[in-house]
Design a protein around this ligand. Sequence first.
Ligand SMILES: [Zn+2]
Ligand SMILES: [Zn+2]
Length: 235
Amino acid sequence: MLRAVLDPRRWPLPGGCQICLAWGQDRLCRDCVTRFAPALDRCPRCALVLRAGACPDCLREPLPLDATVAAVDYGAPWDGLVHGLKYHARLSAGMALADLLAAAVRRSGVAMDGVQLLPVPLHPQRLAERGHNQAHEIARHLSRALGLRLPSPLVQRLADTPSQALAPDRQTRQQRLREAFALRAGASVAGQHWALVDDVMTTGATMSALAALLRRHGAASVQAWCVARTPRPTD
Ligand SMILES: [Zn+2]
Ligand SMILES: [Zn+2]
């Protein structure tokens, strides 16, 4: 019981650092950002950390994205905040994650002129269970922090991803993901610049499927902005 009370993931902490609990004005204190979110040299296309020269992943199979920005690698302590936002609706964690992403977007120097935000949609059933979409929470704060438009949802999710795990092979998984999203009736993205927003980007398959959809409908550019990027298995 005491452990549950002391677990920062359960504690809303409206005024303190979301990581070390230090009291202050900032949702993330400078020490925690320096220690846990160092600015790393990342591939501009897929946001994996660059070790030496060109990105081996993008040489092999580049993602269909104009740019990808990630604030941190997925792991402790950020996984705790992602979990708190996703499953316990801890909106203060979402704001801290959005602060981190806004800083990473500014630092990266990616094009922001006329860019509109598109949070990765949840399947309606998942949204009903959870009550909120964590990607939308992050995009809402990002929109305010960066002064970018967040239009009402343009894309719907027709299939849920857990079924992905059951897909027999990569090609089938990609095919299912391609069919998982659709533009809402009457929505138009032609000639527009978009940034897809999510909490965690793992393989990039979901972002790629969404980017392909927007491009099919004439989007001028599509970037992916995620708080955390899962590192390469070999990293
Ligand atoms: Zn701190
Ligand atoms: Zn890359």
